[in-house]
Design a binder for this molecule. Sequence first.
Ligand SMILES: Nc1nc2c(c(=O)[nH]1)N[C@H]1C(S)=C(S)[C@@H](COP(=O)(O)O)O[C@H]1N2
Ligand SMILES: [Mo]
Length: 238
Amino acid sequence: MGLILPQSGLSRRRLLQISGLSGMGVLMGGCGTSLFADRVGQTFEPLNQIVEEALLSQNPVPEFSSSAIEPDQLLINTFDMTPQLDPLQFRLTIDGEVGRPMQLSMADIQAIPLTSMVIRHVCVEGWAAIVQWGGVRLQDLIQLAQPKPGARYVYFKSADGYYESWDLASSVHPQTLMAYQKNGQPLPIENGAPLRLAAPIKLGYKQSKWVTQITLVNELLPTKGYWEDFGYEWFGGI
Ligand SMILES: Nc1nc2c(c(=O)[nH]1)N[C@H]1C(S)=C(S)[C@@H](COP(=O)(O)O)O[C@H]1N2
Ligand SMILES: [Mo]
């Protein structure tokens, strides 16, 4: 206990600042703004025991230097169509087994501290690429939504019909990002703009592009992921 703040990208004070934006940008499920400050004071003590437990198993993966980036090696791998999402209209929904369901705009998300990493993306179709991703730690988004104690898995819904599920520990790994930058530039549409999963701990097919909804659940559903439901392995670790 007590280790979460140094490991988290967000201090408690910073989380509260972002929560303060909620009156404008963040739509709280059934939560009046006047009561909101009091409720935050309560729900943040103790801070996210469920996330804290999941963080105990975390080991960072070594990263590469910027000079190792292979801009031409990251192939586009899209199963069907490329959705064109308006970044101004875009909202990321976080719901399910959380105390504070929310909808975040890209401005809300970009108010959270940026994390950048240079990692290897590995596709099971036989290619790999060293890429720089920039975005927010998924652990920060999950903390904002206050996961309930029973939450164990995270579902990701994408605008092209793709879907994925991850274990909570991998989801709150410090190198699991919701990325909106690639190689120092705004994320291109074909790579998942405005927001995609990016992490060095799982194979390419786990890294959903065009993510619109993040849902915490207690149990896995019969449908686990787009490729998994065709027989790919679920955990997809590297
Ligand atoms: N929404 C969505 N996400 C997706 C896919 C997809 O078809 N749709 N393909 C996956 C696969 S198999 C890989 S290897 C990576 C490829 O990411 P890239 O196209 O940015 O290189 O995206 C993953 N995420
Ligand atoms: Mo892939």
